[in-house]
Design a protein around this ligand. Sequence first.
Ligand code: NAP
Length: 258
Amino acid sequence: MAEAREWIFSPQRIIVRFNIFRTPPSTHMPRPHVIVNLAMSADGKLSTRERRQVKISGKEDFSRVDALKAGCDAIMVGIGTVTADDPSLTVKSKDLIASRRARGLEDHPVRVVVDCQARIPLDASMFRKGSGTKVIACCEDADPRRCRALSGVAHVIAVGKGSVDIVAVLSQLYDMGIRRIMVEGGGTLIGSFFERNLVDEYITFIGNMIIGGKEAPTPSDGRGFIREDTFPSLTLFAVERMDHGVLLHWMVKKNESG
Ligand SMILES: NC(=O)c1ccc[n+]([C@@H]2O[C@H](COP(=O)([O-])OP(=O)(O)OC[C@H]3O[C@@H](n4cnc5c(N)ncnc54)[C@H](OP(=O)(O)O)[C@@H]3O)[C@@H](O)[C@H]2O)c1
């Protein structure tokens, strides 16, 4: 892998970008390019142990995330995040929405929730706020009445038993024309993406606080990895001082099953 560095210095800002040549994409089943983006405390927590959403980054990171979202075809979260935060998952900037419209796109990327039992409330923010396509990915044994009710407000995909088959979901999203998806969390969903080698880029804003608590969610929860040779391996792409913290942008190295 060849590497060159670009440094940008100013008193408040240090940006280092590493120009890396990426491994060619694998020839496996087509799926969208997956970007995980999250904010965590300096001790690696996504929220408090009560799973209460907290402010970790600032205005600059908020705008960056909004632009990233606007540049994606879809955004995905797990039902744990909907239960905890009830996010609308919409693009906030009027300029970014206007630029999406000018490109012939819906105002917001397709909003996707991974939710085994299709238990997302029909009055969740993502159904009330913003126009555009929503997708609920549930398990095959989800209550058919819940699926029917949700089909009035979203496209329902039923794949997998016990947990949603995210490989199949990504494949169906690809068939819907989605080429670039941002996965926003939480830790359980991101853990599943890493376990299946489905992450291409991993972007973390690290804030200037300690949240603590061994029960507090972290970026890749779930079962975790045991052997070093199975750890997903990353290549640093950019480091940037931002708000009162730092932004790290990693590329995920692909192994043969990727
Ligand atoms: N700081 C940040 O950037 C950020 C971003 C997002 C979220 N968060 C925080 O993260 C916390 C929520 O995270 P979380 O880990 O509890 O929930 P989550 O990752 O949002 O959702 C996980 C749930 O999704 C469902 N699911 C179905 N199929 C799955 C699959 N294949 N893989 C993974 N999950 C699957 C499962 O619930 P069912 O079995 O019931 O379907 C699972 O418990 C909240 O505290 C929120 O504030 C922080």
